[in-house]
Design a binder for this molecule. Structure first.
Ligand SMILES: [Zn+2]
Ligand SMILES: [Zn+2]
Length: 345
C-alpha cells in the first residue's frame, strides 16, 4: 500500500516565509512584495518585519496569501561593535488569520523607525523581554506555541552561533538551512544545525527562505506547500504538519513509500539522496552530465535495524535531498520510522 509522505491530494503553493518591508528595514512596501512574488509564481508570502507584528490580511485574495508574523532578535551582552555579538533571530508565525497581537512582543526590542511609529498601547500590554540564553529563548518559544504561533530559528551562521547556542532549543517548528540574504553576504548556512537538532529528538523542519530586504535577495529559497487550497488556516495547518518541502531550485513532485521502497519524482536533477540518522544513506546519481527525474530507493530493513538495536527508537528518521545540475538543492523534512513503517507501531 502506498503511504504518501508528501500528501497525494492538493496543489503545491510556492511561498517565501521570511520577508521584510518598509514597515521595518526592507526596501519594498508590502504591496510591492505581493506584486514581485506573485509575478514569479509565488502564492504565499510571510511578512516577518523586525519586532512588530502587523497583520496583512488585506493583501490576501484568491491567488495570494499573506501570512502574519514577525522576526525577533535577542542579542548577547558583550562589549564592542554589534558585528561581534551573537544573536538569536526567530520568526513567530500566527496559525490563525485573526491573531491581532504577538504573544512575545516587547517594545524594548523595536529599533526600526518605521516599526517604532506603529507600536500601539494594545501592543504594549505584552512585554516579553528575553535575554541571550537558551532558557530565555525556550520561554519565548513555549509562550508562542501555547498562544497559537509557531517558531522558526533563523540563519545560525549569520548569527555567529554554534552548537552550544542552539542544541538545547526546544519546541522549534523550523530552522533555516538556506537564507538568500545571508548567502549574498557570504555567510552561508548549512544543514548541520538542523541535523544536530534532529539528533536531539526535536521534530523541526528545514526551511529555505529569502529574508528579503531589497532587490539583491529575491527568489533564492522557497517552500512548496502541499495544501487543498489557499485558505490561511489550511496553509498554516500544512506548514505545521510538515506537508511541504524547501528548495533553492529542484522540484519534488511526488514522494511516497510502498513495500519498503521510497518513490520520489522530481524535476531533472543530478542526484537524489536518502539520509538517515545513522550510517545509512543512499545516493542515486545520473550518469556523467546527464540527469534523472526520480528514483525508487530501497529502504526496507532500515526500520528493523533501527528498532532491533534500539538505536533511537522512533527518533530514527529518513530525509531526502535532491541536487540539480546547477548545484541547487531541495530538502524534505525528516520522516520518522513510525511514519515510514506505521505497521510496526
Ligand atoms: Zn534575521
Ligand atoms: Zn530577517
Amino acid at each position: 500500500m502506498k503511504h504518501w509522505l508528501l500528501p497525494e491530494e492538493g496543489k503545491f503553493y510556492k511561498g517565501n516565509l521570511h520577508t521584510h518591508t518598509t514597515l521595518s528595514d526592507g526596501r519594498f512596501t508590502p504591496e510591492e512584495i505581493k506584486k514581485l512574488y506573485s509575478e514569479k509564481g509565488y502564492s504565499v508570502v510571510a511578512f516577518t518585519d523586525h519586532d512588530i507584528f502587523l497583520p496583512h490580511n488585506d493583501l490576501s485574495d484568491g491567488s495570494f496569501l499573506a501570512l502574519n508574523s514577525h522576526e525577533v532578535e535577542i542579542t548577547e551582552v558583550f562589549r564592542g561593535s554589534g558585528n561581534f555579538k551573537r544573536q538569536y533571530h526567530l520568526n513567530f508565525y500566527a496559525k490563525r488569520h485573526d491573531a491581532e497581537f504577538s504573544p512575545v512582543f516587547s517594545e524594548s526590542r523595536v529599533w526600526a523607525p518605521a516599526a517604532k511609529e506603529r507600536v500601539t498601547d494594545e501592543m504594549r500590554k505584552t512585554d516579553i523581554v528575553g535575554y541571550y540564553s537558551t532558557d530565555s529563548i525556550n520561554t519565548l518559544i513555549r509562550i508562542a506555541n501555547e498562544n497559537g504561533f509557531f517558531v522558526m530559528y533563523n540563519h545560525p551562521v549569520w548569527s555567529l552561533q554554534n552548537y552550544r547556542d542552539y542544541t538545547r532549543l526546544r519546541g522549534l517548528w523550523g530552522i533555516e538551512v538556506f537564507n538568500t540574504g545571508c548567502v549574498g553576504s557570504g555567510l552561508v548556512d548549512t544543514v548541520q544545525p538542523f541535523v544536530d537538532l534532529l539528533r536531539e529528538g526535536e521534530r523541526l523542519f528545514p526551511l529555505c527562505t529569502d529574508d528579503t530586504h531589497g532587490p539583491g535577495d529575491l527568489f533564492g529559497g522557497w517552500v512548496q506547500i502541499r495544501a487543498r487550497d489557499l485558505d490561511y488556516e489550511t496553509v498554516t495547518g500544512a506548514l505545521v504538519r510538515g506537508d511541504f518541502y524547501s528548495s533553492t531550485g529542484p522540484e519534488i513532485r511526488e514522494l511516497y513509500i510502498e513495500d519498503g521502497n521510497v518513490h520520489i519524482e522530481t524535476s531533472e536533477v543530478r542526484e537524489i539522496l536518502a539520509i538517515s540518522d545513522w550510517r545509512f544513506a543512499k545516493r542515486i546519481k545520473a550518469g556523467d552530465g546527464g540527469s534523472i527525474s526520480g528514483a525508487v530507493i530501497p529502504v526496507g530493513g532500515v526500520e528493523k535495524k533501527a528498532l532491533e538495536l534500539d538505536h533511537n527508537g522512533d527518533d530514527s528518521f529518513l530525509r531526502f535531498e535532491v541536487v540539480d545540475n546547477a548545484g541547487m538543492k531541495a530538502y524534505t523534512r525528516a520522516y520518522r520510522i513510525s511514519e515510514l513503517f506505521p505497521e510496526l507501531f
